[in-house]
Design a protein around this ligand. Structure first.
Ligand code: ADP
Ligand code: MG
Length: 698
């Protein structure tokens, strides 16, 4: 087999290919666009398109597509072939700069939340030159943004790019104040760790709930779950190892730096982490990773479940967003420096993050809100729905000392004055691996852990970048007009710590007592469900901040709120309907069939001799009949609620009914069905059980 270095990135139109296939001038122009966001003209685009096409055709590609991320949460592509008729009756392979820069998918069925009237349904796609084009399934894929003709964003990439630009703008102001005049550009990087489940394809196909909703809506606990922790970091099973090997290879061909993989806590659960990349590229790569995970699983007779909570009673799957800010010179602004001056700059960026997370807790919470993820947050396996920040003991102590103007133990009893003399050399605190904090500082980056496995990382990073840009803007405004830079800097850092320390928490985030302390004593927000948090997207302070940095327009925000609530309602509606269907067509008939078998046994026993006991049969019959009757009632109640749901006029109202009536009813129904499962003979149960699903892949 070839070395990885021989094929890594072989399907990517990356810097190596650009250098080799573009003229020096075109290469320089494109590089300037990629590195500094400089504008380019059509002649450059034409030359790039020509080179891209020749390269793609040499790799066997016949089609191209503008690859984009509509608000459905998955990626979309519409394939056009390169062919164009030639006068002699043959074909030419053609691809122009215009086709590279802009496309017009017929996109009337993508959600727009009312942004685009159907009569002008065509959105357009626009090339994102900072994310490399790649070949997938013989198609040249060009990463693009997707907008309506009025310019409103209809995708997740556009606001992400805008938020990166907002952060860049404000961070540069701060860096210039610190005298870093050489820095041209500041970017955020993300390394998303991705969890997933693998189940056997044949078993999966026997479960309507998995097929239709991605999670099990029924299923009694397996006799063995995750209690032994014997799966965590355990030996990877051969079938899974084969899968991972192929997955890695395909990801590497696409230039995706898949780096680590291991078994997770739950049986059948695994994790894949890439090496971090610039945020918009990381977002593209994460979408591609999720797509390939599912595609390659099918080749191995497996199904990759990306749902946040496929199984009750065992851990769900999340995604960790490791996030940092760096300059084009490669300086990580979240890394404590070597000199007091660097440390003052670090502290200011740290404070900007603390202030941002505190002021926009709601935006962070709602950026991960989906019906699926609601099952995880706060369920003692994932961080709670309350946002707090973990800094570790050392850094917390330093901030406390600064706030109180007291000596810090590491500084030999000198009071710290920022930016001047004795700011301490910060110890890199990597020892504490607090895993229960939603937002943890891990030495030189922050790890946001509330994301669900199926979430696009774009949403979180849009909010994070924008909120931090806002803090930096406030700082820059003040510092630029300050009479004494150092005095003003010191005052601002101290004020930030004082105002926002209530969000700092180093303890156990899974603890019940924490939620009480967080909400009651500290006044932090707690929005347990999507229905609770999503409407806050339109709170005045949030609209002001996001429109102020030109990340969203007000109508874009309204449409997004609408779409997210719609997704929530639709997902749960499909689940409720699937439950009713499975109850009526599979579970109740199975229970009836088993009941009949038991009655027959009892009858036979009685016929043979009246002295044979039918105690067991009687008990079972009683239990099963009662459960079946109760189930039937619950299904009827659920169906009635679903009928009434249609009368809701507003999506917000509907989401509240889903939260307050549909989901609890689904839980009740499930409780009865799971009980029935435990008293029904296995051969009668109509679909694979939890034990089958969780321990089937070897
Ligand atoms: P953990 O202990 O959480 O596994 P790792 O150091 O292995 O931490 O990193 C986890 C993820 O964080 C990886 O995807 C890695 O590439 C990413 N990461 C590391 N450094 C940075 C950084 N400076 N910015 C963003 N992501 C980073
Ligand atoms: Mg991690």
């Amino acid at each position: 087999m070839k070395n990885v270095s021989d094929y890594f990135g072989c399907m990517v139109f990356d810097d190596r290919v650009m250098k080799a296939t573009l003229s020096a001038e075109v290469y320089q122009r494109l590089r300037k666009t990629i590195d500094e966001g400089a504008a380019f003209d059509l002649s450059v685009a034409n030359a790039v398109a020509e080179a891209m096409k020749n390269w793609a055709v040499s790799k066997g590609a016949t089609h191209y597509t503008h690859w984009f991320q509509p608000l459905t949460g998955i990626t979309a592509e519409k394939h056009d072939s390169f062919i164009s008729p030639s006068p002699d009756g043959g074909v030419l392979m053609e691809f122009s700069g215009k086709e590279l820069i802009q496309g017009e998918p017929d996109a009337s069925s993508f959600p727009s939340g009312g942004l685009r009237a159907t009569f002008e349904a065509r959105g357009y796609t626009a090339w994102d030159p900072t994310s490399y084009a790649f070949i997938k399934d013989r198609t040249l894929c060009i990463p693009t943004a997707f907008c309506a003709y009025g310019g409103e964003a209809l995708d997740k990439k556009t606001p992400l790019l805008r938020s990166m630009e907002a952060l860049n703008r404000q961070a540069l102001r701060i860096l210039h104040l610190f005298g870093n005049d050489e820095v041209k550009c500041v970017r955020t990087s993300v390394g998303p760790e991705q969890e997933y489940f693998l189940v056997d394809k044949e078993m999966y196909e026997k479960r309507k709930d998995l097929v239709l909703t991605g999670r099990t809506l029924f299923g009694a606990k397996s006799p063995k779950g995750q209690e032994l922790d014997d799966h965590y970091f355990g030996v990877i099973k051969p079938r899974v190892a084969d899968y991972m090997e192929e997955l890695n290879k395909e990801l590497w061909k696409l230039g995706i730096l898949a780096k680590t993989e291991h078994n997770e806590v739950a049986p059948a659960q695994h994790e894949l982490a890439p090496i971090y990349a610039t945020t918009n590229i990381a977002a593209d790569h994460n979408q591609l990773t999720m797509e390939l995970m599912q595609k390659i699983a099918a080749k191995h007779g497996l199904v990759c479940l990306l749902h946040e909570k496929p199984f009750e009673g065992v851990n769900g799957s999340g995604k960790h967003n490791n996030w940092s800010i760096a300059t084009d010179e490669g300086v990580n602004l979240l890394s404590p420096g070597e000199t007091p001056y660097e440390n003052a700059q670090f502290l200011l960026f740290l404070c900007a993050v603390i202030k941002a997370v505190d002021n926009y807790q709601d935006l962070l919470r709602l950026s991960v809100a989906t019906a699926g993820n609601d099952h995880r947050l706060g369920a003692n396996e994932a961080p709670p729905a309350v946002v707090s920040i973990f800094l570790g003991d050392e850094l917390t102590a330093i901030l406390e000392a600064i706030e109180k103007n007291e000596p810090y133990k590491g500084t030999e009893a000198t009071v710290m004055k920022l930016g001047v003399d004795v700011l301490p050399k910060f110890p890199r605190d990597n020892t504490d691996r607090n895993r229960t904090s939603p937002f943890a500082f891990t030495g030189n980056k922050f790890e946001f852990r509330m994301l669900g496995s199926a979430n696009s990382i774009s949403c979180v990073n849009i909010m994070l970048n924008s909120a931090v840009a806002e803090s930096l803007k406030i700082y820059a405004d003040r510092l630029e007009s300050a009479e004494d830079f150092e005095v003003s800097l010191q005052a601002m850092i101290r004020k930030t710590i004082k105002d926002h320390k209530h969000i700092l928490f180093n303890g156990n985030g899974y603890d019940e007592a924490w939620i009480e302390e967080a909400t009651i004593k500290r006044g932090l927000l707690n929005y347990p469900t999507t229905a609770d948090c999503m409407p806050h997207l339109l709170d005045e302070k949030n609209v002001k901040m996001l429109t102020g940095h030109k990340v969203f327009t007000e109508s874009e925000l309204k449409s997004r709120c609408e779409i997210m609530l719609e997704n929530y309602c639709k997902s749960v509606t499909i689940e409720a309907n699937t439950m009713a269907d499975m109850s009526r067509k599979q579970i109740l008939p199975a229970v009836e069939k088993y009941t009949l078998a038991i009655s027959k046994t009892a009858e036979m026993k009685k016929r043979i001799s009246s002295s044979i006991s039918i105690g067991l049969e009687s008990k079972l019959l009683e239990k099963l009949s009662l459960l079946a009757e109760q189930m039937d009632e619950k299904v009827s109640e659920l169906e009635q609620i679903m009928l009434n749901l249609r009368e809701c006029e507003e999506i917000k109202e509907e989401s509240c009914v889903i939260r307050d009536r549909v989901l609890p009813k689904m839980d009740e129904l499930r409780g009865l069905a799971d009980k029935a499962e435990t008293v029904t003979a296995e051969e009668y149960w109509p679909f694979p059980t939890y034990a089958d699903l969780l321990f089937s892949v070897n």
